[in-house]
Design a protein around this ligand. Sequence first.
Ligand code: ADP
Length: 362
Amino acid sequence: MPLPTSETVLQALQTVLDPELHRDIVTLNLVRNLDLQGGLVTVSIRLDSMGGGKKAQFKQEIEEAVAQVEGVTQVVVEFTSGLSMLAGHGNPKKKDEPLPPQEQARKDNPLPQVKHIIAVGAGKGGVGKSTVAVNLAVALAREGLKVGLLDGDIYGPSVPTMLGIGGQKPGVEGQIIIPFKVHDLVAMSVGSLVTQEQALVWRGPMAHGAFKQLATQTRWGVLDYLIIDLPPGTGDVPLTLAQLLPLTGAVVVCTPQKVAQDDARRAITMFRQMGIEVLGLVENMSYFIGDDGKEYDLFGKGGAEKLALETGVPFLGGVPINTALRVNCDAGNPHANFAEGELGRELMSVARALQLQVRLGE
Ligand code: ADP
């Protein structure tokens, strides 16, 4: 009888869903270690917190799935916490060694009152990065968390429009900028300080200065999350960010097409090179739901999920193409997205998957 391999065991584990997020545990990056000794398979699973009964059932599902793999004679399931992971137990993927930019930022942290700083990036423009950043921030606020949104898309700020604060100027007290309080968020954008035309011609040092000022001179107050919408690509602003603020991690947004994957892969590599953990990939414009209620796969749904598996980045979910999403974004009314059944559920689910990854790293 052939012996089990990591591949066959992982395939089996892909059939097991996380009981809270309803996504498979491989995609969610919960499988931390596989130890194969002949027919004996030991599986280590990252687990945050789960009630006793649920945990026992979850364990049983994992055991049953692995037991079906050809050649498996015995299955041992171990649960590890985020903390033991950091101590180096049962973590097969070496955590990226922090590089100097993030070390510096941790030492001089200018925003110690912010618990988690999350950057939202994309390999290229137009994939819906700002849309995801805004809706992620609103979804977290809807969970009762204190959330800030920093529009760091210096060259093309779209957050003022998406929040309905276009043309408004923030208050200023001496050197301090008072952020907008809108849609249960505190928010600040470079677009609120200068015109689009001014921002477009900024070069490296000016963009660096503008981003630094926005990030450190805004009165954010105490926050659970600060979501930062980055410019697309791998330019100066991400590097400034990495040197300036200690990040919990980054989220990369991409569309499903094959050609979009290469750009997303570059963004993942960039964050990792700067010592920033990539907490997840989001597939935007994943599929389209017609008036007939049917799901249409326009761009090849699942491309991002595949990329997530290849790069070892958790997949946080897919956001459908939805006319209401575009209309609500243009109208500056993000909460309305959460009243749209499927769309609201998907947006909320992405935010929950992100929170899970954040908790696992704590
Ligand atoms: P990026 O920040 O990547 O440049 P944006 O978030 O500004 O992209 O989105 C570009 C345009 O596409 C916006 O008009 C936005 O409303 C629209 N859009 C983004 N995602 C979706 C979606 N899932 N369904 C419909 N329209 C979308």
